[in-house]
Design a protein around this ligand. Structure first.
Ligand code: NAI
Ligand code: MG
Length: 352
């Protein structure tokens, strides 16, 4: 029997809705072919809506989201609305409220996509980053005193818990076990000895449960070098919230463009809906021009389909994207072409 997946859609701001709507057309087409159905509930939550109603998330909004199997998200952020309202009012609380502690960000160099690194063969860069998504450096803990005065002082606390480290490390070990069995744990525990010292201890303890996986420890500054110098040596990478965030912008660039970088915010226990979004933001500089690369959102939809156990739909979409990139006839401006958002999506549909 065909399963109907209930998906909450938050296009958000800027190019968010542009890339999300194109992805929905593609998911529906893949579903039609591979026996899956989707019930999309579009929620108008955005900066515009905030200006009209005074809230990013309307009353009852979180409960509404929770009734869905997944959340498909574009981006929020607008030059005329504070980030404390948009990013801190919707995106970051969602990750914590729904305990989406795994932020999965694949890095893959597709054939036909130029890398700024020379002599990298297609597929030679192929790794998964597991970023801790609910604590670490992004825990909203701290304070500010004497703001604007000479004595202006801020305290920003990083939060590392044994439970928090354990569960992201286990998720990464599980993924490594299904791949090349090499897990790189990236920290800065030589300088941040308390929080990341705990992280290292937990990593070494969890490693005992995964004797088949090789655990490597790497400091984040060395990792930044190696993401550029020898990215082909990574298989699965696990890092804290801040380091994972920064390193995945780097991995997006060495694999071509942020316009191809996909991500999943996963609650592995499925107690809450997981959320799928392109890594990029609302890109106000190109919003409304119809030139955003939709493929980061399209590839994020494939991660969503994996999570919903519609693996054949996901594989079909990835293959169609790979074909479009390989042919190179329909490339968006960020990949050196002239094609519009719509045309790129149409090419993926044709390849499907
Ligand atoms: P951004 O990712 O929106 O844009 C950075 C650069 O990449 C821009 O030059 C943009 O034109 C380009 N770019 C991004 N996505 C692209 C695509 N699909 N195709 C072609 N080019 C693309 O990051 P920025 O400018 O720092 O942030 C803009 C707003 O987005 C801010 O308000 C920020 O807070 C928000 N933001 C939201 C995120 C989210 O909702 N998950 C993530 C990152 C930023
Ligand atoms: Mg980022």
């Amino acid at each position: 029997m065909m399963k109907m997946h209930k998906i909450a859609v938050i296009g958000g701001d800027g190019i968010g809705p542009e890339v999300i709507e194109e992805s929905i057309r593609i998911v529906d087409a893949a579903g039609k072919k591979h026996g899956a159905q989707f019930d999309w509930q579009r929620l108008p939550w955005s900066s515009e809506n905030y200006k009209k109603t005074g809230h990013m998330v309307p009353p009852g909004g979180w409960e509404l989201l929770q009734q869905h199997d997944a959340i498909f998200f574009g981006a929020v952020g607008s030059p005329d609305v504070p980030e404390t309202v948009t990013v801190h009012g919707l995106l970051l609380p969602m990750r914590r409220k729904f305990d989406q502690y795994v932020n999965l960000r694949p890095a893959y160099l597709y054939e036909g996509v130029p890398s700024p690194l020379k002599d990298k063969a297609p597929g030679s860069i192929d790794f998964l980053v597991f970023r801790e998504n609910t604590e670490g450096e992004y825990a909203p803990i701290g304070g500010r005193i004497y703001e604007g005065m000479d004595a202006d002082t801020a305290v920003q606390v990083s939060l590392f818990t044994r439970r928090g480290c354990d569960r992201i490390l286990r998720a990464a070990f599980e993924a490594a076990r299904k791949r090349k069995k090499i897990l790189t744990s990236i920290t800065k525990s030589n300088a941040l000895t308390y929080g990341l010292g705990l992280w290292d201890d937990v990593a070494n303890a969890v490693a005992k449960d995964y004797p088949d996986v090789k655990l490597r420890h790497l400091l984040v500054d060395a990792a930044a070098m190696d993401f550029v110098r020898k990215p082909e040596t990574f298989d699965v990478v696990v890092a804290s919230n801040l380091f994972g965030d920064i390193l995945t912008d780097l991995s997006a660039m060495v694999t071509g463009s942020v316009g191809l970088a996909s991500s999943a915010n996963i609650n592995p226990e499925k107690k809450f809906p997981s959320m799928f979004e392109p890594v990029h933001g609302s890109a106000p500089d190109i919003a409304g021009k119809g030139i955003a690369n939709p493929l980061a959102a399209v590839l994020s939809s494939a991660l969503m389909l994996d999570h919903l156990r519609e693996e054949s739909c996901a594989a079909a979409i990835r293959q169609a994207v790979a074909q479009v990139l390989k042919e190179g006839k329909t490339m968006p401006p960020d990949l050196g072409g002239k094609s519009k958002t719509r045309e790129v999506a149409d090419a993926v549909l044709a390849a499907l």
